[in-house]
Design a protein around this ligand. Structure first.
Ligand SMILES: [Zn+2]
Length: 291
């Protein structure tokens, strides 16, 4: 295990315990989420070392890399994914006329295929070799290993996207600095992450499925992510709700509580109703690179 000694947002080194959360999905091990005493940011600490983290992704249930429709939650996940893919393209078109796009954590390439079909020139970075092969064979899109991030020319892209990926990144500050470099000036950076100040996060507490420890290293709020990105030369332009995530996350959370998953539909609805006060379960933050 790796102890984090400096806050990923403000680099202060004093934290307090916030919440103990079980890895419900795979190992059932418990992990601690701490809160920075200086800026209030929440992160998992300690975390598995990079050479061990692979063991925490090995599950039939970890569905973000697969497309097999088994079980009701997976079925809904896949159906909603198709709708969400189209929405993402629309959100991007609203913010830029540029076409050069980099998707970090491109997985099986479904998003890249959708965005390229809409006229973009999108390429991906993906650490998992099997996912890259799937993307190439089935979706006919180009993706490289994660290390390629450091071989890209500066000012190359109009848009960088990270869909539920930033919360998994080990070298957070290093990668953010690099992303700022490869974006053109006024380039857009789309980041989708869970929102731990949402109503469903408050309601489910340690059973909130989007804590997803130890795979999620960071637990963002709008305030924290704006502060972090501002340091690296980005201004927050827009926050877009991901309304379906409230249902998906709440259903999974009910399952973790050993209750009937359909109860999550109700809580998902309540969370979206209360979003004016707490924000949505997951949000897309649209950042612009400062000149
Ligand atoms: Zn801090």
């Amino acid at each position: 295990m790796n102890s984090i000694n400096s806050c990923p947002v403000c680099e202060n080194n004093s934290f307090k315990d916030f919440l103990e959360v079980k890895d419900h999905m795979i190992t059932k091990e418990k992990f601690l989420i701490v809160e920075c005493n200086s800026c209030g940011f929440h992160f998992t600490n300690p975390i598995p070392t990079p050479d061990k983290i692979g063991e925490y992704y090995k599950s039939e249930e970890y569905i973000s890399h697969s497309s097999n429709k088994k079980g009701m939650i997976n079925f809904l996940y896949n159906t909603v994914r198709e709708i969400t893919l189209k929405e993402k393209v629309k959100w991007i078109k609203n913010e830029t006329n540029g076409k050069e796009l980099l998707d970090i954590g491109s997985g099986t390439g479904h998003f890249l295929k959708t965005v390229n079909d809409a006229g973009f020139v999108g390429i991906g970075l993906e650490p998992d070799a099997d996912a890259r092969e799937f993307a190439h064979k089935n979706n006919h899109v180009r993706s490289s290993s994660q290390e390629e991030l450091y071989n890209i020319d500066e000012n190359s892209f109009d848009v960088v996207t990270m869909w539920h990926v930033l919360e998994h990144v080990y070298d957070l500050r290093k990668d953010l600095k690099r992303i700022e470099e490869i974006l053109k000036s006024n380039g857009k950076f789309f980041i989708a992450v869970p929102n731990m100040s949402s109503y469903d996060a408050r309601y489910y507490k340690e059973d909130w499925a989007a804590y997803d420890v130890p795979r999620h290293l960071y637990h963002f709020t709008e305030r924290d992510i704006s502060k972090l990105l501002a340091e690296f030369g980005f201004d927050l332009k827009k926050v877009i709700p991901m309304k379906y995530d409230a249902y998906y996350v709440s259903m999974l959370s009910e399952k973790y509580k050993n209750r009937f998953s359909l109860l999550g539909v109700l809580q998902g609805f309540v969370s979206n109703m209360k979003a004016k006060k707490y924000g949505y379960s997951s949000q897309v933050y649209v950042f612009e690179k400062r000149n």
